[in-house]
Ligand binder design. Structure first.
Ligand SMILES: Cc1cc2nc3c(=O)[nH]c(=O)nc-3n(C[C@H](O)[C@H](O)[C@H](O)COP(=O)(O)O)c2cc1C
Ligand code: SF4
Ligand code: SF4
Length: 347
């Protein structure tokens, strides 16, 4: 039992979702290619297809490719499932993902049927998607400050408000930040993934293995930094850091770094996350698109960069948001895993 818990800790055998394209519908616009955070798609002969570098084996099932396709040409089939070992999750899910069903109706009732009965807040929650396709148009500073104001009024443990925001709306600065983050992320990939995957290669080597030293180091690293060594996280870090053209901020005209005072009450990450989500929802309601970009945490590895950005003790970087005007339709509800709800009636 104990052994099973620690088996396949370094790199599990996982089942990933599959990208299915209706070639007749695809017009080669390339939106899905730009919208995929893991760079799993490419244009080939004026049609989209799974990137031959990796196939679709690191798909996080975000369905952003499908949501941003104007032709409804994409379906994402299956889910990320691991059957055994440390990362085992297959037993934690019941059935396939489902669309929002806030009114708890059975049968033929779709989300579209229910939407007219929902509050404006509920609609914002269900329609918001991460936006990775931005117009170049600048976001006025007063709009960015309006979004941050929504963060300021978030709840926090003991009302300690540990957050601090660094706003950047200069594209040159954002590009330099992207390059510096990618340089740090590249080192993380070199530590955590098989060597043939670290540099951009077409086609990728699906069978590549970790080196012996990595097999020894990774379980320890996973114990300390579980979320950052999660296999899909490692795939995302690799996709971002191995491609010279990848922009972790997707060309957004503005970025807000979310920091927190490490000495705050309770969990400052949670407080800052709540503030960030207030900002995301407020931005959506103002017609702005956002994407959480935790790849920015790489800033924490670079002392000189932190200094230039004005990140000083006692603050640490928690995450960031890219923000801008969406280019075309991205928002739309998509199916999610079914909820895990366990009602307890007595103790
Ligand atoms: C804490 C957090 C960190 C994230 N970091 C990244 C990131 O670094 N890069 C990225 O492209 N998306 C990032 N995302 C966006 C998720 O991929 C996205 O929320 C998820 O796939 C669900 O899609 P949706 O937001 O469109 O509903 C992050 C989301 C959260 C909540
Ligand atoms: S977004 Fe849709 S239409 Fe455009 S390239 Fe991708 S699959 Fe084809
Ligand atoms: S579902 Fe998300 S990760 Fe998977 S191919 Fe589409 S955009 Fe990429």
């Amino acid at each position: 039992m104990l052994l099973e818990k620690y088996r396949h800790m370094s790199l599990p055998q996982a089942r990933y979702a599959e990208f299915v394209l209706d070639r007749d519908k695809c017009n080669g616009c390339g939106r899905c290619v730009k919208a995929c955070p893991i760079q799993l798609l490419e244009l080939y002969g004026k049609k989209s297809r799974p990137n031959q570098r990796y196939d679709h084996f690191r798909c996080i099932t975000c369905q952003n490719c499908a949501a941003s396709c104007p032709q409804n040409a994409i379906t994402i089939k299956g889910d990320y499932r691991v059957d055994k070992g440390f990362w085992k999750n297959a037993h934690l899910f019941r059935g396939p993902k489902t669309m929002p069903n806030p009114l708890g109706r059975n049968g033929q009732s779709t989300y579209a049927d229910q939407e007219p009965e929902l509050t404006e807040t509920e609609k914002v929650i269900y329609q918001r998607r991460s936006v990775r396709l931005y117009k170049k148009k600048k976001v006025p500073r007063d709009m960015i400050e309006r979004v941050i104001e929504a963060g300021r009024f978030a709840p926090s443990a003991g009302n300690n408000q540990p957050w601090k925001f660094i706003a950047i709306d200069n594209r040159d600065v954002i590009s330099a930040l992207n390059e510096k983050c990618k340089a740090s992320l590249y080192k993380v990939s070199a530590l955590t993934l098989p060597k043939p995957w670290i540099n951009k290669k077409t086609p990728g080597d699906k069978e590549a293995k970790l080196a012996l030293w990595q097999e020894a180091v990774l379980p320890l690293l996973t114990k300390i930094k579980t979320g950052d060594t999660e296999p899909r996280a490692r795939g995302g870090i690799n996709a971002a850091s191995s491609d010279p053209n990848y922009d972790i901020y997707f060309g957004a005209p503005a970025v807000i770094l979310l920091l927190a005072d490490k000495r705050g009450i309770g969990s400052v990450e949670l407080d800052t996350g709540i503030a960030g989500q207030n900002m995301v929802l407020a931005a959506h309601s103002l017609g702005l698109g956002t994407c959480w970009v935790s790849l920015s945490k790489a800033i924490g590895f670079d002392k000189a960069l932190k200094k230039k950005l004005g990140i000083e003790e006692p603050f640490k970087i928690i995450s960031s948001l890219s923000i801008g005007y969406p280019q075309g339709q991205v928002d739309n509800p998509v199916a999610r895993e079914q909820p895990r709800i366990h009602w307890v009636d007595s103790l």
